[in-house]
Design a protein around this ligand. Structure first.
Ligand SMILES: *Cc1c(COP(=O)(O)O)cnc(C)c1O
Length: 359
């Protein structure tokens, strides 16, 4: 028996999700956000699949992610680096930096003028995140003096929503208004605004280029409402051992679980080192066919234990499902772990065998 777990990633479902979002955003374009290794699912597989479906714009967070992605995709698609290029580093001219401050604007514009060749860039305006992007004062300076942009070829001016997953949050409309006002004070550039959830707020949020990430990977862009996206993940793992324990026996570190009855405990080779978060201790559930198998005891680094007393037919080597199918979705698992689906995905470890076919 191969004891390693298998992570099934349904590329075709990711592509279907991209098409669904593209239909929502039309006539605007839709990028693929593939930062953090495509949210843990594998940018080297996800990005080419999106490219084959017609995606022409990609976003990564780090310069190194962009360099690697350019190698994967070849010339052609835009690859924008959200965190920009490090000060002094010109980066790679095949990649497009997001300019996140007036300082970024001035240095890249100066480099473009010095080279006699305008530098392609995205201009990021902060409208309510206080994280990256030109703040209101910097935006005003740019609005007052457009010559500061000489030397730049601004492909898009962008902003990022703080509360798009809460449709009724007043900050959404405020950010949209601030973005529109700031854009009106600048030369006419194309705009990039919505993330995944932003695409479900209404057409005026879609802009010329939407930047969805999580929804491509099956995370619900409208928490609390039915998930319009296809699920793309299934994590399956074989049972290593089944142990019969008497009532009163404890399981795992800290003896945090004590069996109330004679029980059968199955051990699985997945743990917090694989991204099965330790906060799922006593909270997780797995599935065998349609049967729910509660996780008991603490999540260890490399192992978890399931109560399979109610599934007497199970034996070592049988595969149980930890994510997807009758087991929790990444969003459901996140709720049980006290986090968000994004963290479940980006925590998935590299010890899984990965299969990119059907789920
Ligand atoms: C991560 C990120 C996105 C994608 O957000 P999702 O919520 O995953 O769709 C879009 N824009 C920026 C600036 C980001 O950092």
């Amino acid at each position: 028996m191969d004891p390693s777990a298998i992570l099934r990633i349904h590329l075709a479902a990711i592509v279907e999700n991209w098409r669904l979002l593209a239909a929502r955003a039309a006539p605007g374009a839709v990028a693929g956000v593939v930062k953090a290794n495509a949210y843990g699912l594998g940018a080297d597989r996800v990005a080419p699949a999106l490219q084959a479906a017609g995606c022409r714009h990609f976003f990564v967070a780090h310069l190194a992610e962009g360099v690697s992605l350019r190698g994967t995709l070849g010339p052609g698609p835009m690859i924008a680096v959200l965190n920009g290029f490090a000060p002094g580093a010109d980066g790679d001219s095949a990649l497009v930096p997001v300019l996140n401050s007036l300082g970024d604007v001035l240095s890249h514009a100066a480099a473009g003028r010095a080279a006699g060749q305008a530098r392609r860039a995205l201009l990021h305006l902060d409208t309510g995140m206080a994280r990256l992007g030109l703040d209101a004062g910097e935006q005003a300076r740019l609005a007052a003096d457009h010559s500061l942009l000489a030397g730049l070829d601004v492909l898009y001016v962008m902003s990022h929503l703080a509360c798009a997953d809460e449709p009724d949050h007043p900050l959404n409309a405020k950010q949209a208004a601030r973005f529109a006002r700031a854009c009106a004070m600048l030369p006419k550039f194309k705009r990039s605004f919505a993330n995944s959830s932003g695409l479900f707020l209404g057409l005026d949020y879609a802009s010329d280029l939407a930047r969805p990430g999580c929804a491509l990977y099956g995370i619900n862009p409208r928490p609390g409402a039915p998930n319009p996206m296809r699920q793309v993940l299934r994590l399956e793992a074989p049972i290593l051992q089944i142990r019969e324990i008497p009532a009163g026996a404890s399981v795992g570190y800290g003896a945090s679980f004590v069996a109330a009855r004679a029980s059968r405990i199955a051990t699985i080779a997945v743990g917090y080192a694989d991204g099965y978060l330790r906060s799922l201790s006593g909270q997780g559930v797995a599935a065998y066919r349609d049967m729910v198998l509660p996780l008991v005891g603490r999540v260890s680094m490399d192992l978890i234990t399931l109560d399979v007393t109610e599934a007497p037919g199970l034996s070592p080597g049988d595969a149980v499902t930890l994510i997807g199918g009758a087991a929790p979705s990444p969003d459901d698992l996140a709720t049980r772990a006290g986090t968000i689906g994004y963290e479940i995905l980006t925590s998935l470890g590299d010890r899984y065998r990965r299969d990119y076919g059907a789920v």
